[in-house]
Design a protein around this ligand. Structure first.
Ligand SMILES: [Zn+2]
Length: 285
């Protein structure tokens, strides 16, 4: 077991004006990604004005947008909760204080695929490496039935949206997720960043991409067969949650095509990360 550090080395501090109280025991550590939804000219420094105005603060703010100078700042110690998530009376006992580490990425959820890159996420992984390890945040994203989403996925900005964790899932989750997964919340940021996670994990020092290893070991045909089964399951799940949406064969085919495209991108990212992982392993003295 390693202890979670309060402050990460080499990261500039811009202290928050308010924290959410001490982290509460009994929850695994997890990293929750957000996007600030600010404009093009927003920076890690100027984002502070928005946090002050709304009285909500994350632990970190990072700018890893393509074409910008990448930067990260830390606002508060990780042993204290951030104040970026909702917490309703009578629901989840804890949200912000449930061993969550909150990071706001400058940018907009609906533009995630266009704003961010594997390179930016790899850089971010190098900065956040100390939060990963045994007893700390684990190297995985949410399960396939709780994807990262954006507005093209339909009713995602609701408390009962299909991508949100149940209270049980939330209480036991130990990897990297998004505000979109938080129970009792209506936000769906940070958008579809799932394809960048293998690069993020590789940057944070993971030398083995478990899911990637399995995928890479498969032939194209085996992968496509698995892909179809996964997609059929996901469509069935959508059907249950949104009755009538998949009534028409044409609509089902369209969703299937979109999901295949998304999964193919994930496969490419996993392969890239796995290659990078073996390069790193080979270059270790
Ligand atoms: Zn958020």
């Amino acid at each position: 077991m390693t202890t979670m550090p309060d402050w990460l080395p080499g990261i500039r501090i811009l202290a928050w004006a308010r924290d959410g109280g001490a982290q509460v025991d009994g929850y695994p550590w997890r990293l929750v990604l957000h996007t600030t939804e600010g404009g093009e000219s927003q920076t890690t420094d100027s984002a502070q004005a928005g946090y002050s105005a709304r009285g909500i603060w994350p632990h970190f703010t990072a700018d890893i947008r393509n074409g910008k100078t990448w930067d990260i700042v830390q606002h508060g110690p990780l042993s204290r909760g951030a104040t970026v998530m909702d917490n309703d009376a009578g629901g989840a006992a804890q949200t912000n204080r449930a061993h969550c580490i909150a990071i706001e990425l400058i940018g907009q959820a609906d533009r995630a695929r266009e704003l961010f890159s594997n390179e930016g996420f790899r850089w971010l992984g190098t900065k956040l490496a100390p939060i990963f390890g045994p007893g700390l945040v684990q190297f995985h994203g949410p399960p396939p039935h709780r994807p990262f989403v954006d507005a093209t996925d339909g009713w995602v900005a609701r408390e009962d949206a299909f991508q949100r964790f149940t209270i049980e899932e939330w209480n036991t989750y130990d990897g990297v997720c998004g505000h979109c997964h938080g129970p009792e919340d209506e936000h769906y940021d940070p958008g579809k960043v799932d394809i960048f996670l293998p690069s993020f994990f590789a940057g944070a020092g993971q030398t083995q991409v478990e899911e990637g290893d399995i995928v890479v070991a498969m032939s194209k045909e085996e992968f496509e067969a698995l892909l179809n089964t996964t997609i059929d399951k996901r469509i069935d799940d959508l059907e249950k949650r949104l009755p009538g949406m998949m009534d028409q064969a044409e609509q089902r085919a369209r969703v299937k095509l979109a999901l295949s495209f998304e999964k193919t991108n994930q496969r490419d990212a996993l392969i890239e990360a796995a290659k990078l992982g073996s390069e790193r392993a080979a270059s270790q003295p």
